[in-house]
Design a protein around this ligand. Structure first.
Ligand SMILES: Nc1ncnc2c1ncn2[C@@H]1O[C@H](COP(=O)(O)OP(=O)(O)OP(=O)(O)O)[C@@H](O)[C@H]1O
Ligand SMILES: [Mg+2]
Length: 509
């Protein structure tokens, strides 16, 4: 969905989402993917380093071989080693041992003190298919006394098969009566290491793929909407550059997203619509102004042309008309210039705390003279305690002066104008009421519009009809509201003539 702002037709097609490559178009997406991959690769490098630094599998296996040889040596009964088959020398645990040896793929050799092979346990077929060669190698191992040093040798069988070999002496009261030699095929260890490597590689590949997928998904939920927002803003900029007419800016509506991108989209739409509203207001203002200025100008022109042919006594009247028109124009132009500068001036002015009760007292005093002159009673009804609010005191004073001077100007001798201030919760309410003629029903909706004025004809030229429009602008800039109503005698008789008018301003405090 797209949010339309101001708006000639025909630009919509430009924003249909084109085919896009996330990787090529979005540096942000590339960065997200690269950073995530880098993190995974660092992790892998760390794991490999730790793996490498720890004992290699073959070293571990070598240590296990030494222990196994020692264990088996402890089980052998040295007294029975010399029997033709040394099987009984192992006693009852022989079967268990055989199983152990078989399970581990171990070749176990028992030698007597002369390094004569007495017993051999283990899988029948050695990996190199040459059990005799391995046995001979083990005998040499025993004969060299390597068993006593718990050495681990890496030896090669005849067919090139490699073994880890270790042994332990079989001793009887300190005297060496034989040797246990154990051999484990190196290939098994390598197979184990390979399985290990394969598993690690599989995990790394899966991790990289998952990370890649997740990064792309993440990148697409961040980079694509951001790119859309940026593209919309850029299109708006390009289309408006040098154009006299404001072009459409369509900000993608992503406000359903509960994240910063949703906020950004909402804020951009708000910003754009605010700006366009302001442009529209300015345009409306300019057109209202020219319309207002045209009336006195037309009147001036006809008076001037009538003057050419007028008789002397008519001429005086015409000159009076011309003077009125000029003063109306003068008043209009200064009012318009004040009103048009209002927004920018208010932005520059500093808000400060001030007491609303005190302000009303000052306004009352200021307006008393004018009211007295016209025989009007001006009353004030304010809270006893100060009512402090934050804002532009001078501008709110301007609002009150507008309201009170309107009220006074519509009242006659014997009438009264009242200023009432109350605090209602977190709002300050100011009511300016009068006992004048009230506002005509058909005008009540229009009085806040610029240049609306329903002054009697005799007052022509004195008022521009901008007072209430300016007042509303000031009040709204403070986050407040202003409305007008007629004071009626009774709700039971809606048609009865109003007893006066009341303007209610409500401001947050
Ligand atoms: N107290 C009031 N009683 C009756 N009508 C009022 C009252 N205040 C305002 N109005 C109506 O609202 C209109 C607009 O008021 P507004 O203050 O904007 O303009 P204005 O007073 O005619 O001109 P300006 O304020 O520029 O001198 C008035 O012309 C009048 O019709
Ligand atoms: Mg006024």
């Amino acid at each position: 969905m797209l949010t339309d702002q101001l708006i000639p037709e025909g630009l919509g097609a430009a924003s249909a989402p084109p085919e896009r490559s996330l990787w090529r178009e979005s540096p942000l997406a590339r960065r997200i993917v690269l950073f995530n991959l880098l993190a995974i690769l660092l992790l892998v490098a760390g794991v490999l380093y730790v793996d490498h630094a720890s004992d290699s599998l073959s070293r571990q296996r070598g240590r296990a071989l030494v222990t196994e040889a020692g264990l088996i040596a402890a089980l052998v009964d040295p007294a029975r080693l010399d029997e033709s088959t040394a099987a009984p020398a192992l006693g009852a645990p022989a079967d268990a041992l055989r199983e152990l040896a078989l399970l581990n793929g171990l070749q176990v050799f028992l030698f007597d003190a002369n390094a004569e092979l007495r017993l051999r346990l283990g899988p029948d077929d050695a990996p190199d298919g040459n059990p005799q060669a391995l046995a001979a190698r083990a005998a040499r191992f025993a004969r060299n006394g390597a068993t006593a040093r718990t050495e681990v040798l890496e030896v090669s069988g005849d067919a090139g098969a490699r073994y880890l070999m270790s042994g332990a002496p079989i001793s009887d009261g300190g005297e060496i009566r034989g040797h246990v030699v154990v051999a484990s095929a190196r290939g098994e260890i390598e197979a184990l290491a390979q399985t290990d490597r394969r598993r690690t590689t599989k995990i790394v590949v899966i991790a990289v793929l998952v990370s890649l997928g997740l990064s792309l998904a993440l990148a697409s939920t961040i980079a694509i909407p951001l790119a859309d927002l940026a593209a919309a803003a850029e299109r708006g900029r390009d289309e408006n550059a040098g154009n006299l007419r404001a072009a459409r800016i369509r900000i993608p509506d992503l406000t359903d997203r509960q994240d910063e991108i949703g906020r950004l989209s909402g804020a951009l739409s708000g910003l754009v619509s605010g700006l366009f509203e302001r442009i529209a207001r300015n345009e409306q203002f300019a057109s209202d102004v020219s319309h207002e200025i045209k009336n006195p100008l037309a009147s001036l022109r006809s008076a001037a042309s009538a003057l050419r042919v007028a008789k002397p006594d008519q001429a005086r009247e015409l000159i009076e008309v011309i003077e009125q028109d000029v003063s109306r124009l003068d008043r209009l132009v200064s009012d318009i210039s004040n009103a048009s500068r209002l927004d920018s001036e208010m932005v520059r002015e500093q808000e400060a705390p001030f007491d609303l009760v005190d302000l009303c007292a000052k306004i009352g005093e200021h307006m008393e003279g004018l009211a007295d002159e016209r025989g009007i009673r001006l009353t004030r009804d304010v809270p006893p305690a100060p009512l402090v609010m934050h804002g532009l005191e001078g501008r709110l004073a301007q609002v009150l002066v507008n309201l009170v001077s309107n009220a006074v100007s519509f009242c006659g001798p014997g009438d009264s104008v009242s200023i009432v201030v109350r605090r209602l919760g977190n709002r300050a309410v100011i009511m300016v009421g009068d006992t004048g003629p009230g506002i005509p029903e058909d005008a009540i909706q229009k009085i806040f519009e610029r240049f609306f004025s329903s002054r009697p004809a005799g007052e022509f030229g004195k008022n521009s009809g901008l007072g209430l429009a300016i007042s509303r602008q000031i009040v709204e800039a403070h986050g407040g509201t202003i409305h007008a109503e007629n004071i009626t005698a009774t709700v039971h008789d809606p048609g009865s003539a109003p007893m006066g008018a009341r303007f209610v301003v409500s401001l947050p405090v």
